[in-house]
Design a protein around this ligand. Structure first.
Ligand code: PAF
Length: 289
């Protein structure tokens, strides 16, 4: 595995592969890798002859009071892990390479609507930062396919919309969330949990799956289901940011005929803001044609 920091080196390596007619997959990350990220690389290797991962803690997707400075940076360990799953190229640029001028002076990418709901309500600049950096990474690598984790379901929907709206010639692939044995979604931010909070943290996934089961069993009052779930999370010591049932593909409130839903939540536990979601596919209602 090769590591490059400079954009020119990245482009030179990718140009070689392109000349050889090889398909390229990109796995964008912010590092501090865990088994969930490695699954993305393994999946990418099935989709393309060459795999490129990026590690870049993107300052523009963190709000002023968020954890940009303290976000775990573990490049040496990340490199070892990526090598072990057969990645070809790691791109680990400095901030100045991606943002040579202050962001206020640079072109930014905003996906309206989708960026302002759910996580975007409490993190108003987050998805603009994500969309901007992912657009830049797509332009730098020009991948045939890019792979993202479904744990950040809203991010995946935002990126799909952005790629469609801007006619970016890249296929966006989502990979199901990798979980710990007790159900907690793997996340770099799980390390902020104290041992006691860590024991409690799987309640988030348990609450999401309980809500999904009630939907599958025929309950349709989404507002009541979400309110119950928020009460359960609060009783368990979480501070829920949101708990919502939405249409999977565009995150709008579901209509009676919608079948592909997603139950999504974000909740604080101590100083960790945990996010998670589960899919729900509803059967046809009796009598529906
Ligand atoms: O999901 C992440 O790790 C980040 O939001 C991403 C997509 C790498 C953009 O910085």
């Amino acid at each position: 595995m090769h590591t490059v920091q400079a954009i020119a080196d990245l482009r030179a390596q990718i140009a070689d592969w392109r000349r050889a007619g090889e398909r390229v997959a990109l796995i964008p990350t912010m590092g501090n890798l865990h088994a969930g990220h490695l699954r993305l690389v393994e999946h990418a290797r099935e989709l393309a002859a060459r795999t490129v991962a990026s590690i870049f803690v993107n300052p523009t997707q963190f709000g002023p009071n968020e954890d940009f400075a303290g976000y775990p940076r573990t490049l040496d360990d990340d490199r070892r892990q990526l090598e072990s799953v057969g990645l070809d190229l790691l791109f680990a640029p400095a901030v100045a390479a991606i943002y040579p001028r202050p962001l206020e002076d640079m072109t930014q990418v905003l996906v309206p609507g989708l960026s302002q709901m759910l996580c975007g309500t409490s993190r108003p600049i987050h998805f603009r930062g994500v969309a901007t950096v992912v657009t830049k990474l797509f332009n730098l690598v020009q991948p045939d396919v890019a792979v993202f984790g479904e744990k950040d379901w809203q991010q995946l929907v935002v990126i799909r919309r952005m790629a469609a709206d801007l006619d970016l010639p890249v296929e966006i692939v989502g990979v199901p969330t990798v979980r710990e044995a007790d159900g907690l979604a793997m996340s770099s931010r799980n390390r902020y949990l104290t041992p006691e909070e860590r024991r409690n943290a799987p309640t988030l996934y348990a609450t999401l799956t309980a809500c999904a089961e009630r939907l599958r069993a025929g309950e349709r009052d989404c507002a009541a289901l979400a309110a119950d779930a928020r009460t359960r999370l609060t009783a368990a010591g979480f501070r829920p940011d949101y708990f919502e049932i939405r249409r999977a593909d565009d995150l709008q409130p579901p209509a009676a005929e919608d079948r592909e839903l997603r139950v999504l939540a974000a909740a604080w536990l101590g100083r960790a803001r945990l996010i998670d979601n589960v899919p729900v596919t509803l059967g046809r209602s009796p009598g529906a044609r």
